[in-house]
Ligand binder design. Sequence first.
Ligand SMILES: NC(=O)C1=CN([C@@H]2O[C@H](COP(=O)(O)OP(=O)(O)OC[C@H]3O[C@@H](n4cnc5c(N)ncnc54)[C@H](OP(=O)(O)O)[C@@H]3O)[C@@H](O)[C@H]2O)C=CC1
Ligand SMILES: O=CCCC(=O)O
Length: 345
Amino acid sequence: MPAAAFFSAALPPPSRTLSRRLVVSRAAAAAASASASSSSGWQGGGGVEFQGKVGFLGLGIMGAPMASNLIKAGCDVTVWNRTKSKCDPLLSLGAKYEPTPAQVASSCDVTFAMLADPQSAAEVACGSSGAAEGLAPGKGYVDVSTVDGATSKLIGERITSTGASFLEAPVSGSKKPAEDGLLIFLTAGDESLYKRVAPLLDVMGKSRFYLGDVGNGAAMKLVVNMVMGSMMVSFSEGLLLSEKVGLDPNTLVEVISQGAISAPMFSLKGPSMVKAAYPPAFPLKHQQKDLRLALALAESVSQSIPTVAAANELYKAAKSLGLSDHDFSAVIEALKAKVQSQSSQ
Ligand SMILES: NC(=O)C1=CN([C@@H]2O[C@H](COP(=O)(O)OP(=O)(O)OC[C@H]3O[C@@H](n4cnc5c(N)ncnc54)[C@H](OP(=O)(O)O)[C@@H]3O)[C@@H](O)[C@H]2O)C=CC1
Ligand SMILES: O=CCCC(=O)O
């Protein structure tokens, strides 16, 4: 059975409301696909089939492991990255290379893009030698970068003007989940493209949400990341305060891990934050970008998000301290600097 037919049969029909969504975990997809037969082409996790060549643009912290997982799963992958040397590890795994996004898009059936920010996502999709120049009817473009809804719509309009299909699919989950194929996809846009690439999403992720119109995936991602950015600031304040009042911050991390506010983020980042080590998994500059975009999203519906606004100021201060390329947990250093300057006044 073709993948699209399989998914139409296996998934519940979406409701007609704006919030309509399909939520599928990899376990559920694999279990359902065990009963589906397949004839030829690539067999992904759970026996679900994807036919065609896959392009991948942007091989940073996230893009490289995502593309790598597709290659390891047996997909025919063609890569491009602005800094060409970052393609080398993927080429060693068997990927092909094309020198422009347009050439990747033109040589592949579906192209994924994982770029830094709205500007780079738009440039790679719509700029000179951008992916749109290589797209045509029957092809698909899936933007997994974290951008704002307006940028995503702009990219989507350019992509669909070529006759190709567009899906926005930002991800929740960082470097390790990307390496382990455990990302969460927040998709919106062309539903048949969503169904077509579902087997690929299931290689790279543990679950996928289909959220309706383009912009809804971007909005969901920004809301999630604004909560995360504020949580990190609050955690940083707690770590510093615990130390200042004579407690061991490592014990605070342990106490938090056992209670109602336990979160993998605190357990994972806490021990290295106590040692003032911030190896980049989620670069601080991207977290600040997401807070900036979340503030604009809130502004668009006249909602006040004062905690996020305050957190954003701290991330901006951290950037001015030269911490942009460190992990976002380095925001604690901006707090330390603030506390120090207050105590020296
Ligand atoms: N790291 C994380 O934990 C997560 C990140 N994200 C989001 O995913 C996206 C990528 O993140 P991440 O991989 O961490 O970021 P990186 O900074 O590691 O990678 C950014 C990528 O964008 C490319 N790029 C930047 N500017 C341009 C440009 N002007 N033209 C072409 N390419 C460009 C870079 O190319 P080059 O190598 O040449 O610099 C690189 O491939 C971001 O939107 C981020 O917010 C989402 C979930 C988790
Ligand atoms: O955008 C980055 C998200 C990082 C995470 O979900 O851990």
